[in-house]
Every structure is written in C-alpha cells, then in structure tokens.
Ligand binder design. Structure first.
Ligand code: LLP
Length: 386
C-alpha cells in the first residue's frame, strides 16, 4: 500500500523537499496527550533534535507538549516557536558557558547535568546572576537497548551521563552548592526501541536507584526517562501512529513512582517520523550491466540516515502505477555511500517521476547539510500546498 500525496501540487515545487502530513502529526500528538493523560503526572517533552522545522514546531507547541533541547540553538528555536521556558529541559554532555547562561536567563525548567565539572560551572554561572539553577542528574543506567550501535546511549562505556556508582557523591556535592537545586534524575537508553522489555529493564534499574535514595530519605521530585520509542520503517502505513498506549502503560506498570513524583518523557522520533517524507524527482534511469539505477535529485546531504546508519526508508514511486521493476535508488553526490536503497521494487520508473522516501520526518531535514554546495531542502506542511 502506498501513501497518498497531492502530487498534482508537487509539480510547482522545487525538489527535493520534505513534505509533512499535518493531519497525521496532529492526530499523533492527540494520541500522545490522550494516552499520557490517562496517568497522573506523566509529562511529555518533544525532543527538538528530531525536527526543528518552525512550522512543525508550531503544531507541536499547540498540542501543549514541553520540549527537550540539547543546545543553545535548540533553546532559541523552542522559545521562538512559543514553547514556555518553564517546559524546557536541557541536556547535553558539552554545554558551553553561553548556552548555560541562555538557559539561566530564560529560567528554563531544568538542566540535565552529565558531569561534575558541568555541575560546578552551572553553580558558578548561576551565582554570578544570583539565580538558582534547577538540575537533574543524567545517570547512565547501564541498560543496553536492542537498537543500532550508533544510537544506543545507556551502556556503561558511553560518553553520556554519570555512572551509578557516582550518583550519591554527585548528589551530595549538589546539596552543598548554593546556586543549584537538585530536583531529579534523568535517563535515556537509546533510540528506535521497539522491544518494551528494554524500557522494563530501565524501570527496574530506576526502582533500584530510588530504593537507594529512599534509604537516605531522598525522594526526587522528577524522574525523566528520556525518549527512544521506535517506529515501523518497513510499513509506514500499517501503524502510522506508534503504540503510545503500550509505551505509557509499560512505564505505569513497571516504574514505582512515589505520589509526589512527576514522570517526564522526551520523545522525538515517535512524534514526527511518520508524518514526513522526502520527495524527490527522478533525474535519470540508467541501465547498468546487471541492474538499473534510478538516479534522483535528493542525496545524502538531504537525508543522511541510510548512508550514516544503514537505515531503511521505504521508497515509493508515487507517479507510476506501472508494473514493478527493481532499481538501486541513488543520489547525485560524489560519494559511493550516497545510496538510498539497493534492489528496491518500484513501479516502472521514468525521468521526472516523483519518489517518496517515507518515515523521514525525524532526523531528516534537521540533519541535512550543504555538502557539494547543494541547497538545503525546504519543508512544507500538507495544509500549505493543498
Ligand atoms: N533524550 C535524549 C537524551 C536523547 O539523546 C534523545 C535522542 C532523545 C531524548 C530522543 O530520542 P527519540 O525519541 O527520538 O528516540 N540521528 C539518529 C537518532 C539520534 C538520537 C539521539 N538522541 C537517527 O537518525 O536515528
């Protein structure tokens, strides 16, 4: 089954471009709010890193979600899109002074702190402004997620977070500082996770850590479990809205929250991936010795996931209903890894046809570059071009 696209409107647009189905995005957000809303004190933040297109951010802001930022640039983008600073969490292993100062000036909800040197700098910079910075510690739970090696983050040897062994001493340090307020614990085990057992393992680990803190009469106000819920790249139309009911129910069932605690989530991919497609035109169909190539006008500079992570994006010829043939779908960039898919079945393809690379709403447009002096792709909402 193919996706539905208003291709009669695409002719006027310069390809390649990102096309976002605004209705699907709104329905996804509604589902998130309904499913999270079933539980007391579940609070969802959108991970801006997945897609910071201002029009997409605008729709997400309307839904009432908070935001998770990982740079000063993302904080600026979130504030510009109208998200209240009181709903911004800010993570990252290498926050620079200007970025910390920006967070302090906006009085963001919380800094997710990843090391002792960072904690010391936040305390100093907050002191200089005579402010109190709210901090949560990102604890590395040493829980492996069954996902791609490049996007797993919760294992012991990762650069992210503070080790469990150091948790108590870091908390003691913070409790002795005058310009930081210790408010929570933060975790994130990886991305594109489809096995709920991985999240159960995280819950079990958090329960153990909470018991340790409880023994010291410490009950943190906020637990943040990061993001990571995956999507079905192979079948974008089968389940366009990920199973948020199962996801939130897993946390409700396995995480032992104290009544005064709020549970925060930082979802990126599951919010925006399925609503976005990269639309590209076929420039040439080239016959090789043993195969044929569909050479398209999008390249790895527009969507780097296949080249960088060997990621699969379903490709459809949305201009053709002719019988299926097999193609390698490749871009124009001077790199042999500029390949979107090998031996892909497409309806018979000719120069000028539109192809859709599906499930590209997350980590697509935002990771685009100008390599080969190419223009950055534009992004359009469905409702803009209808
Ligand atoms: N919170 C933290 C601390 C993170 O590091 C991430 C993603 C998220 C939340 C959001 O995770 P999500 O819900 O989107 O899985 N560029 C890669 C993905 C990198 C993810 C980095 N961290 C890709 O294209 O697959």
């Amino acid at each position: 089954m193919k996706g539905t696209f208003p291709i009669e409107k695409f002719g006027a647009l310069q390809t390649p471009f990102y096309y976002y189905d605004a209705t699907l995005l709104r329905n996804t957000l509604k589902t998130i709010q309904e499913e999270a809303g079933k539980y007391n004190k579940f609070c969802v933040h959108y991970a801006v890193k997945a897609n910071a297109n201002p029009k997409v951010l605008g729709i997400i802001r309307e839904s009432g979600l908070g935001v998770d930022c990982v740079s000063g640039g993302e904080i600026k983008a979130a504030v510009k899109a109208g998200f209240p600073a009181s709903k911004i969490v800010y993570a990252g292993v290498g926050k620079t002074d200007w970025e910390i100062n920006l967070g302090l000036d906006y009085d963001i909800f919380c800094f997710n702190v990843e090391s002792i040197p960072e904690l010391e700098v936040i305390n100093e910079l907050a002191a200089a402004k005579n402010k109190m910075a709210r901090v949560a510690f990102r604890i590395n739970p040493d829980v492996g997620a069954h996902t791609h090696a490049n996007i797993t983050t919760g294992l012991a040897e990762n650069k992210f977070g503070i080790s469990m062994a150091d948790m108590n001493s870091v908390i003691d340090l913070a409790l002795g500082m005058k310009h930081v307020k210790f408010v929570g614990l933060h975790f994130h085990i990886g991305s594109q996770i489809l096995d709920m057992g991985d999240f159960v393992a995280l819950c079990n680990r958090i329960n153990e850590l909470q018991e340790q803190l409880y023994a010291r009469q410490i009950i943190v106000e906020h637990i943040n479990v990061g993001g990571g819920l995956g999507i079905d790249y192979a079948h974008p139309n089968r389940q366009p809205i990920p199973n948020f009911a199962e996801y939130f129910a897993t946390y409700h069932k396995h995480l032992r929250l104290r009544p005064q605690q709020t549970l925060h989530f930082e979802l990126g991919r599951s919010v925006v991936a399925q609503c976005g497609s990269l639309i590209t035109r076929v420039t040439y169909v080239k016959q090789g010795t043993n195969k044929q190539f569909a050479i398209v006008d999008a390249g790895m500079s527009d969507l780097i996931r296949p080249a960088l992570y060997q990621a699969f994006h379903k490709i459809e010829n949305i201009s053709s209903e002719e019988p299926m043939e097999t193609y390698d779908v490749v871009g124009p960039i001077c790199e042999s890894s500029d390949v979107f898919g090998k031996a892909i079945d497409l309806n018979r393809t000719k120069r000028g046809d539109f192809l859709a690379l599906r499930s590209a709403g997350a980590y697509g447009e935002i990771m685009a570059s100008v390599y080969n002096c190419r223009e950055l792709p534009k992004g359009y909402l469905s409702e803009e071009i209808l």
